[in-house]
Design a protein around this ligand. Sequence first.
Ligand code: SAM
Length: 337
Amino acid sequence: LFDHEDDVTPVRWIRINPLKCDVQNTLDELTRIFPERVNHWNELTTDAIYHDEFVPHLFGIHPQHKITSSNLYKDGKIIIQDRASCFPAHILNPGKDDVVMDACAAPGNKTTHLAAHILPGCSTLQDTVRIHAFEKEPHRAKVLHKMTTAAGCGSSLEIHLGDFTKLAIPEKFQNVTGILIDPSCSGSGIFGRKYVDSINKAKQEELKEETELQQSPGDDLKDRLSKLSSFQFQVVKHAMSMPHAKKIVYSTCSIHAEENERVVIDLLLDKKVQQWGWQVASRSQVLPDWPRRGLVEEFEQVFRNDKLKCRLLAEGCIRALPKADGGIGFFAVCFER
Ligand code: SAM
């Protein structure tokens, strides 16, 4: 059914945007457009749809279907977003009483997904900021603004232009309960140009930065990964200093352990992080049915005598392989206290 060329996405993922539509009406419309329903994304034809079993209101469709010409897409009722990229907001799962931060937000795929959790039904709270989105690059902040406005986030979202570790002063964000951190990474989970062209514009923006990072001249990979992982550690550690945050989701689109499990290990070994009481959330809270978990051998290199601890830590992490798991390579973990 698929063009198995190396760099073509095997499936296109779309999620219903409840900020712009009635979910049931859009679901009915999707059923009219795609009369056939399949049980696995690798069975898709251009007339078929797959209802994702992990993320609510997320669907797989054939990449050759011209969904971008539909009114559903043009009206912002559906958003094209890779499945793994939907995991962080789904794991954080903020509710109507939460105030959240998106520490590294542009172009805003995950910000709009956070908004989809928090904002529907919050009409009485229009003047209260519920989502603080941080972005340090001015041109990317513009894209973030455009994207979140188009998705219907409104005045409940505030964009902060600048470095998260400097702007997010803990005393000023006493009411923040949850934080999503999807920082710059090597982008090693991303494949091919054709794939990038076949997904949405916002994702292309997101990937542009990562591709640039991958291509920094003169840096060998090890050196690059070491710089990235210390930056990633600093951003997450800073987020952990927010006084009333209870839950933090950290994610990358990297397949390298240096940016994933090893950042988790460095955080767990940090004295301040321990004092603040942060731990890795258990599998039961992090897509428990998703089969591909963190790399246990990475934890074993550090906590070698405690096999159970290593297994539980690895199970608290999610990994997705590029293409084999229906999209980009990805990593996510949830910290809680
Ligand atoms: N979460 C985004 C999404 O799903 O659309 C993608 C985020 S992208 C991987 C990382 C973003 O973080 C980039 O736009 C980058 O400019 C921004 N960034 C990097 N360091 C930052 C910092 N210290 N403070 C705020 N933003 C930062």
